[in-house]
Design a protein around this ligand. Structure first.
Ligand code: LLP
Length: 431
């Protein structure tokens, strides 16, 4: 199996984190998001241990919570001692209501409004990741009015294309995020930032993109960032204490994706950082990394009930399910690949080619095309693997479809983390 938390039991049912998925579908209904809590904790520990082993003390991963934002995930991150990346007041609110220690939160985003800035300060967000000069000035004014000095990092673009999907590549000079090193603007902005009284600059941030399987783009990014840090030190006399290298390590959605040894990849990045610092005569800054997908993606699975099995003679077969782009828009947006298994008969031969279609009134509403699966029947359970990142968090109510619940699986037991939306929830804002 593609993930080590997926198997088949004696009934021929697919199991996830040791639990029978067909029984879970009966218990909670479909569509259903499952999250393997043990897998999430295992990943956090791999990153944490590797970062503590290979980087200076206090180097930690921040969970990029845009990948999966619920109260329970913030509690888990707090227990595991991970920091968090938040990108909106909605995420800040969720985390702080869950009791997350907000001094360990980093507030991202390329357009923080004045009211966002106030809200984040009121909620005690530890660090702002400043994206542009307007934000810097607004933050300085508001922090002054509120009588605080706000800690911050400056987001810069190292000018790297990590060869991933265009919509999830963010480190190039033309990116909407951050300030470019190449044009000299990042240095200008740093100079300005250092002159602002109510902001304490703690270091720099970059994020190059997502679903990256090699350490090489991170090595290149860190080299560019460290040269920048050295230049800032030499010319402006400011030494960055912290360098955040962003998120982006990939996960396996399909068998052809490589298996990643995160510890090994982090060691490779650390070797490059240490070498480069030595060559530049810099002491190694505290390093942060910001995994989203690699913390939660393969900890997730979605279960659907099959409806129609439509065979268009000499053309193609469609298997329709009771969810789709409303709970997983990733194929529609990025043509993302997935692994699909008929959970009800997981041992049977996978010799049927089918496109899995969602229930929205939209031809592009697909989970994917031309899967090799066991031919299903109406009423059977179909599982889509590796849906823990950017599925629940990107879900919508398109066609007024209520969002599925999130069930956490821990030590062979299941519990509800997010309830199923109801029709009353759907109209609750309508006047
Ligand atoms: N840090 C920053 C500043 C980011 O912008 C992102 C992702 C991450 C960390 C986490 O990246 P990850 O480790 O999850 O690759 N919705 C798209 C992904 C958009 C990613 C945006 N930023 C998808 O479904 O693939």
């Amino acid at each position: 199996m593609i993930c080590d938390n997926v198997s088949v039991n004696e009934k021929g049912h697919l199991t996830f984190a040791g639990l029978d998925t067909v029984e879970l579908a009966e218990k909670y209904g479909t569509p259903l998001y499952l999250m393997d809590e043990n897998k999430i904790r295992e990943r956090v520990r791999i990153y944490k241990n590797a970062m503590q082993k290979y980087f200076p003390k206090n180097s930690v991963p921040e969970f990029a919570s845009k990948a999966f934002s619920t109260k329970q995930i913030y509690r888990i991150m707090a227990e595991e001692g991970a920091d968090i990346d938040v990108v909106s007041c909605g995420e800040i609110y969720t985390a702080s209501e869950a009791g997350f220690p907000m001094e360990k939160a980093y507030f991202h985003g390329n357009n923080k409004t004045d009211s966002d800035i106030r809200f984040a300060i009121e909620r005690g967000v530890g660090y702002f990741v400043i994206d542009n000069e307007e934000e810097m000035l607004a933050l300085n004014n508001i922090a002054g009015e509120m009588g605080i000095t706000q800690k911050a990092l400056l987001r810069v673009t190292p000018g790297i294309d990590p060869h991933t999907h265009k919509k999830i590549s963010t480190g190039s000079v033309e990116s909407k995020f951050g300030i470019a090193i190449e044009t000299g603007q990042a240095k200008e902005a740093t100079k300005k930032l250092l002159s602002l009284k109510n902001i304490k600059l703690c270091g720099f941030h970059c994020h190059i993109g997502s679903q990256i399987f090699e350490s090489e783009p991170f090595v290149t990014a860190s080299e560019i960032m460290l040269k920048f840090i050295k230049d800032i030190k030499d010319t402006l006399g400011y030494t960055a204490e912290m360098l955040n290298l962003g998120g982006g390590f990939g996960v396996r959605y399909v068998e052809s994706d490589p298996v990643i040894d995160y510890d090994e990849k982090i060691a490779e990045v650390a070797n490059a950082v240490n070498r480069q610092c030595e060559a530049l005569g810099l002491s190694v800054p505290v390093i942060h990394m910001e995994p989203g997908r690699s913390f939660v993606a393969d900890a997730g699975m979605t279960l659907y009930t099959v409806g129609g099995v439509k065979e268009i003679k000499e053309y193609k077969n469609y298997v329709s399910v009771d969810g789709g782009m409303a709970d997983n828009p990733r194929f529609a947006l990025y043509e993302s690949e997935y692994t699909v298994i008929l959970a009800s008969r997981a041992n049977e031969e996978k010799n049927y080619t089918a496109t899995v279609a969602g229930r929205c009134c939209e031809s592009g509403d697909l989970i994917g095309e031309d899967f090799k699966i066991t031919k299903p029947q109406r009423g059977e359970i179909l599982a889509v693997l590796t849906t823990g990142a950017y599925n629940y968090s990107m879900a919508s109510n398109y066609n007024r479809i209520p969002r599925p619940p999130v069930i956490m699986l821990k030590d062979g037991k299941d519990y509800l983390a997010v309830k199923r939306e109801t029709f009353e929830d759907i109209i609750k804002l309508d006047i």
